[in-house]
Design a protein around this ligand. Sequence first.
Ligand SMILES: Nc1ncnc2c1ncn2[C@@H]1O[C@H](COP(=O)(O)OP(=O)(O)OP(=O)(O)O)[C@@H](O)[C@H]1O
Length: 240
Amino acid sequence: MASNARGLRVANLVRRFGDRAVLDGLDLDIAPGEFVALLGRSGSGKSTLLRAIAGLDYDVTGTGELDVPDRVSVAFQDSRLLPWLRVLDNVVLGVGGSDAREHGRQALAEVGLEGRERAWPSELSGGEQQRVALARCLVRDPEVLLADEPFGSLDALTRIRMHGLLRELCARHRPAVLLVTHDVDEAVELADRVVVLEDGRIRLDVAVTLPAPRSHRDPGFQSYRDQLLLALGITEGATP
Ligand SMILES: Nc1ncnc2c1ncn2[C@@H]1O[C@H](COP(=O)(O)OP(=O)(O)OP(=O)(O)O)[C@@H](O)[C@H]1O
C-alpha cells in the first residue's frame, strides 16, 4: 500500500433513474484505512452509490463531486471469475508488470489458497471462489476496496471465516473500505463506522468503538445492533 494513500470523498452526489433521484445530495468521506459498512433497506441506493464510486454507473444521470483514488478494487456477491481461466490467471488478469504473477501468487497465499494457482474456478467451493476474488482485489494494491455483499451467497460458517480473513487483510493493507451489506451483525462486527442510507441520503452515521474481537453477545454489540435496527425501521430478525 502506497504511503501517500488517500481515502475517498463524495459530496452532494445526485443519481437519477429517469425522474427519480435514488441518491439525493449524498455526502460521505472515508479515510485511508477506515472500514465503513453501508446498510439500508432494499432499493435505498446502496449499490448505486457503490457503482458511482467505482465509476461503473453508465446508466444514470447525476451531479456531485467524487474524489476517488485511481486504485479501486471491487468485490461482488458472486466472484465473477472467468471459468476458462485458471485461478492465478483470473487473479492477474489485466495487471501489468513482469512481477504480476509473483504478486498474484502472494495474494493467493494471503487468502489461504497457496497451491491452487492452476485450479479451474469450477474446482473451487463458493468460499474459495470468493477468496480468489479477494486475491484479485489485493493484487491491485487498492487504496479503496468496495464490496457489494461479498459474503451474501456463502453459508454461515464460511461467512464467519471470511469475516476474519477480511478483517485481517484490511488491517494489513489498510485500504479505505466500503462494504455494502444487509446484515446488521456483519456491519457491527467488521466496521469502524456504520452508515445507514435512506431516501438517497445518509440517515445515520455511527462510529463503532467496540474493541476486537467483537462478540454478538456483548451488551455493547447489542446496543449498536438495536440502534441500527431502529434506524432501518425493522424489527429484530427481519432482513432490511
Ligand atoms: N438500471 C436501473 N434503471 C432504473 N432503476 C434502477 C436501475 N438500477 C437501480 N434502479 C433503482 O434504483 C433504486 C436503488 O437501487 P440499488 O440497487 O442501488 O438499491 P440497493 O440499496 O442496493 O438495493 P438491494 O439492497 O435490494 O440490493 C431501486 O429502486 C432500483 O429499482
